[in-house]
Design a protein around this ligand. Structure first.
Ligand code: NAP
Ligand code: 3JN
Length: 341
């Protein structure tokens, strides 16, 4: 079996380390692995399949001999370094927003638009985590009943904002402890989020744009339309950071052109790849972030009719944001690619 030389850009980060772990767990045919990061990490050793491998500096020359790059160190670094990787002959799977809306770059979720992978010029973009879990769950419903409009509210785990965000939540929980009220001392300065996140919610992810939405909210709108190849879907999003370590949750309301009953939706979801339905109200079974953490599937529950309109449905969608929302989706793209390489 052919084996591939893989570079992981941002290998010491929350997403990069999940990429290495996912490559190993899924037995991706790796020949050589090259973990790349900043000068802060050069020489540190990371574990890959029980071997200790030295982290190298991310430079334009780091891609010599590399077949596939999995990139996750931020959009500006992807813009700066991926062209050099493509020039060196590598194919790049980019997990940042750098190229997602570029017309020449496919934006791919393997369960939704796998064929788009092959229309690439060396770079394939991985969507935002909140988009990925929503489009996987909505794809079978869209195919059957054609979605007219989506209203989504997200409940996003702190791990979506990287290691500094996880450290902030841990520090605040330790500082406040189990006290009722849960206010952080006034002199405390949060390091990652603008406010305390422990025992709190922050309705603000990524920067605010001129239209009153955040960039995270507009990513969900624009990326969903691109992945579905459907500019006509109305989409509105509210993205909220919650004090959960791993797994994003989403309350999603859809309006469809054709009637879609909850029973029909449940049947369609149950037979779709990558989805598990957990929806048994008498036994209090519904998806929750702690149960989805560490798992590959997307969990859907609370499937019910929106009684305020003719063709409306409500769903609750939960998924591990670091796996299907980031590392797993990227590795699945690589798995599809090597079938044709
Ligand atoms: P993180 O835990 O803060 O890790 C950041 C990684 O980038 C580390 O490996 C860091 O290396 C590396 N890095 C930072 N500055 C660098 C530089 N100047 N040169 C080389 N490497 C550098 O963040 P994360 O959560 O893993 O997220 C990283 C990026 O992934 C995000 O900025 C975002 O673009 C993308 N992301 C995508 C999704 C998604 O929805 N698909 C979700 C989360 C994140 P050091 O350890 O050496 O500093
Ligand atoms: O906050 C989250 O839950 C997901 C964050 C994703 C993210 C964080 C920093 C920069 C992204 C992304 O994937 O869109 C980016 C970015 O690449 O712009």
């Amino acid at each position: 079996m052919k084996r591939y030389n893989i570079a992981v850009v941002g290998a010491t980060g929350v997403v990069g380390s999940q990429m290495l772990d996912t490559l190993a767990k899924r037995k991706f045919p790796v020949s050589k692995i090259r973990p790349l990061a900043s000068k802060r990490s050069v020489g540190k050793k990371i574990d890959f399949k029980g071997r200790k491998i030295k982290v190298e500096l991310l430079t334009e020359d780091a891609f010599c001999g590399i077949d596939i790059v999995l990139s996750s160190a931020g959009a500006s670094l992807s813009k700066r370094f991926l062209p050099a990787a493509v020039k060196a002959g590598a194919i790049c799977i980019d997990n940042t927003s750098a190229y997602r809306m570029d017309d020449k770059v496919p934006l791919v979720v393997p369960e939704v638009n796998p064929k788009d992978i092959f229309k690439n010029n060396g770079i394939i973009a991985n969507p935002n985590c909140s988009t990925i879990q929503m489009v996987v769950a909505l794809k079978p419903l869209h195919d059957y009943a054609k979605i007219k409009r989506i209203v989504v509210s997200t409940y996003q785990a702190v791990s979506g904002a990287g290691n500094p965000a996880l450290l902030q939540l841990e520090k605040e929980i330790a500082l406040i402890g189990p006290k009722r009220g849960g206010r952080i001392p006034k002199k405390y300065k949060p390091e990652k989020f603008p406010y305390q996140i422990a025992y709190n919610l922050i309705p603000h992810i990524d920067v605010f744009l001129g239209n009153g939405y955040t960039k995270e909210e507009m990513k969900m709108v624009n990326e969903t339309r691109k992945i579905f190849h459907d500019k006509s879907i109305g989409i509105t999003a509210t993205c909220v950071r919650v004090p959960v370590f791993v797994s994003h949750s989403e309350a999603v309301n859809i309006e469809t052109r054709k009637l879609l009953t909850p029973a029909k939706a449940k049947g369609l979801l149950e037979k779709s790849p990558g989805i598990k339905v957990i929806d048994n109200l008498s036994e209090l079974k519904y998806p929750m972030p702690v149960d989805a953490a560490g798992k590959y599937d997307i969990y859907v529950g609370r499937i019910r009719k929106d009684e305020s309109i003719k063709n409306g449905l409500n769903l609750w969608i939960v998924s591990d944001n670091l796996l299907k929302g980031a590392a797993l989706n990227a590795v699945q793209i690589a798995e599809l690619l090597i079938k044709k390489l």
